[in-house]
Design a protein around this ligand. Sequence first.
Ligand code: HEM
Length: 380
Amino acid sequence: MTHPTRSPVATALLIAGALASPGLATAQTAPAAPMPGAPMSASPMPASPMPAAPMHAAPMQAAPMQAAPMSAAPMSSEPLSAQLVDGLQGVFGTHAGRRRSGAKGFCAVGEFVASGNAERLTTAETLQRNKRSPVVARFSIGGGSPMAPDNAPSVRGLSLSLDNGAHEFVLINTPVFTARTPEGFLAFLKVRAPDPQTRQMNAPAIAAANAANPDWMPQIAYLRDNPPPASYATSAYFGVNSFVFTNRQGQKQHARWTFEPVAGRVGLTPEERTARGPTFLEAELRERVARAPAEWRVLLQIPQSGDPLNDAVAAWPADRPTVEVGRLRISGVQAAGQPGACDAQMFNPVLLPAGIDPSEDPILAIRAEAYAVSLSRRSQ
Ligand code: HEM
């Protein structure tokens, strides 16, 4: 394993928690120089101009340096997908056998049952009335750290493969992504890579980059305003990117996925964050589903004319209509301490049945390629 040593607290403060992919690099590295006044369970808030962020430690007050919006074309000859995986590795290091994001996670199984309400929107086989699809699932924490803490407000992920890959979903628990474009996400990662010599992040540079890239703020703000989930079963999960649904008449409709927990959205209180510690989510879900399946109402949100269709940092207003198209039930979690059956698998957000197509969102367009790069590097 190679991993840049860095202060977990500094990481928590500086990585925007975002990275659907991201998350926190933490416990496997000894604190190099903890920042004053910030507890280990600090919110992974970035050094940014956010007024109410609780951890505005020293770097937050540093005078921002000049920074241009980071959407310029990358200079490398490597494909952008590979540069993005390099960017993840630059922040989190490489961990043999692990995904370059969603590194901490575990497998589960269950079932998806379609209500039939999607039939007016799509011919997709998995969404036809009473269709039952076996599900292989993976719950994860964003970022490339296998030790990412469960009690910090970073991104949580849920990946699903229905009917042996007939239809896959790769979802996160924030309704927006980290950046609007792959280039912007690369810049987000690059500015957070610690200095190879000092192993510290450059807080003034991060503050300046945050100020120059306002599209990074919606996810940061969401993570600031919503506590980390108390259970994987009490979190909503969002598709973030839109998809295009085609019905029998050939009519097309953009829509976005929301998986709403039947148990309600429940976050950790500040006291619970301390009491539960950095590793509890997997055991909690295992014990929960041993009693009864964890369930989600599966919704499609329909935009109004004028809503942005290809912008992963712009959630649609909550009053947009939704259609409940089915239920997800998770009924089993992999055995404790054993390798998971889905470990070697790659979930692909554009593995879709006929009747659903990817939108033109540039973030969605690059994801499968980046995931394949990560898959090819997992043995390294
Ligand atoms: C340019 C944008 C993105 C890049 C470059 C990126 C990159 C990655 C990479 C490299 C992996 C590891 C894949 C593997 O080894 O199988 C990953 C995993 C993951 N990503 Fe992304 N991602 C992006 C956007 C998103 C978005 C928009 C979402 C959700 C809406 C998302 C959710 C996830 C989840 C849940 C995982 C874990 C997958 C698993 O459990 O196997 N990512 N991402």
